[in-house]
Design a protein around this ligand. Structure first.
Ligand code: GAP
Length: 437
């Protein structure tokens, strides 16, 4: 089983992911993506967009502002209920999320229940706890010059979809059922961000609000759930590492009548990768009540009118990236030496090919390699060049970042025009003409 430290160290070493504001000692719960990380993240997000929006006739995209009218969060219930149970150790004054340091309790754990469990402080080992306080997870800011003009950074992208539902119906009038999809940043003032990019204060979500006739919600819930499994497998995750958790009523978010969490076997244990929730007409009903605008959908051809119900598949980009990296990370042995490789699918790897001259100090090899490099870049775009160190070291580096094929221009290339193509997974080498790549 891959260890978390191996993934973190590879990501740092090779320029995938660094601690946010690293140069100033870091900023807890934030992460910066380097050249390779941003490439992987973008490919994953694009694959999701293609799968759920471009390849379907019933899905449309939106891209809403991050800072929204604060009424949004009052109507959605986030101002009141988007809380985590905060508890403080009265000995060392460290603060924790009570449900994360006690076994088998939900976010709704009470002080009495928590204290009865005999939990020891993870920092000092003592058992002297404060009362549990509800800590609201939204980041507050103020807009313009008035310090009382409070706004929040969105804690979920979903509300930017709900607030545009009417705009979409009024302009495009899609047939029901239809879905609206959005990707983008979400912010949560997590009490204890942890486990690398798993729980951060700033992260990306990919969410769909799928609007249905209330009588048909179960059928659409099942179809979307099946789509989620299919997408995750397309991202390279193994079915045996993916599990469904039917979330009990007392553990569900305030808006949900049914939630299935899709969990993944991470090195930190089995944890939530994404969720799919039946949000009923909770959000559109609230918007109608607070804004006074009618959120009903009129079925085309003079049919019935009602507020649609909503099924919401919601995925955190970073949690998916972590699952992809953990699945792809492999250690094996080549010629008696330990090797690390990322078995990413060709569609996700930061580079498709790496081109090298066998020797950097032979101008005729460098010139020919440059020609091959230019040709492949024109054809595929994501091709890298490496003439550092010896060829073995180059292979190790490309294996670690997942490059599927390394192309080497050597003296035979000058004779017969063929290059060596070395495969990342098998390490086998074949000779082909560059035009055939
Ligand atoms: N709109 C529904 C919603 O936001 P959620 O279960 O709170 O539901 C959805 O979040 C997904 O967002 C989670 O399944 C997870 O993938 C991701 N997520 C939530 N909090 C996160 C955090 N602090 N850091 C990274 N990802 C997070």
């Amino acid at each position: 089983m891959v260890k978390m430290d191996d993934i973190v160290s590879l990501c740092k070493r090779r320029g995938f992911i660094w601690q946010g504001s690293d140069v100033y000692g870091g900023m807890a719960g934030t992460w910066d993506f380097g050249p390779l990380g941003v490439s992987l993240k973008k490919k994953v997000m694009d694959a999701w967009w293609k799968y759920w929006v471009e390849d379907r006739e019933d899905m449309y995209g939106v891209d809403a502002a991050i800072i929204m009218n604060p009424q949004v969060w009052q109507a959605s219930g986030h101002t009141e209920t988007f809380n985590d149970p905060l508890v403080e150790c009265k000995e060392c004054h460290n603060r924790f999320r009570a449900d994360k340091i006690a076994e088998g309790v939900s976010e709704k754990v009470t002080t009495e229940e928590f204290k009865a469990l005999g939990v020891k402080c993870p920092n000092c080992g003592k058992e002297n706890w404060s009362e549990i306080k509800q800590f609201n997870g939204m980041f507050r800011t103020n807009v313009g010059v008035d310090p009382d003009n409070i706004a929040y950074l969105r804690p979920e992208t979903a509300q930017g979809i709900f607030t545009n539902y009417k705009n979409v119906v009024d302009t495009i009038y899609p047939d029901l059922p239809f879905g609206l999809a959005q990707q983008g940043k979400a912010f949560r003032n997590e009490i204890s961000p942890r486990d690398f990019i798993f729980r951060s204060r700033e992260f990306n979500q990919m969410e769909i609000e799928y609007f249905v006739d209330p009588e048909t919600w179960e059928e659409h819930f099942d179809k979307l759930l099946a789509g989620c499994h299919d997408f995750l497998e397309k991202m390279g995750l193994k079915p045996e590492s993916i599990h469904e958790l039917d979330v009990a009523a007392e553990d569900r978010a305030h808006y949900s009548k049914r939630t299935i969490d899709i969990e993944f076997d991470y090195p930190i244990g089995r944890e939530e990768l994404m969720g799919i929730a039946y949000r009923t007409d909770f959000d559109l009903g609230n918007i109608q009540r607070v804004s006074g605008k009618n959120m009903e959908y009129i079925v085309k051809g003079g049919g019935k009118r009602f507020i649609p119900h909503v099924i919401e598949p919601s995925m955190g980009v970073e949690r998916l990236l972590m699952a992809i990296l953990c699945t792809a990370y492999t250690e094996d042995e080549v010629n008696g030496e330990k090797r690390v490789l990322l078995r990413l699918s060709e569609d996700l790897t930061p580079y498709r090919f790496c081109v090298s001259p066998l020797l950097k100090n032979k101008p005729e090899l460098v010139a020919k390699a440059q020609e091959v490099y230019d040709m492949l870049r024109k054809k595929y775009g994501n091709v890298t060049w490496d003439d550092s160190g010896n060829i073995g070291k180059r292979y190790r580096k490309q294996d670690e970042i997942g490059t599927p094929k390394c192309i080497v221009v050597d003296f035979d290339t000058l004779e017969d025009g063929t290059v060596t193509v070395r495969d990342r997974d098998t390490t086998e080498q074949i000779r082909v003409k560059p035009e055939e790549l």
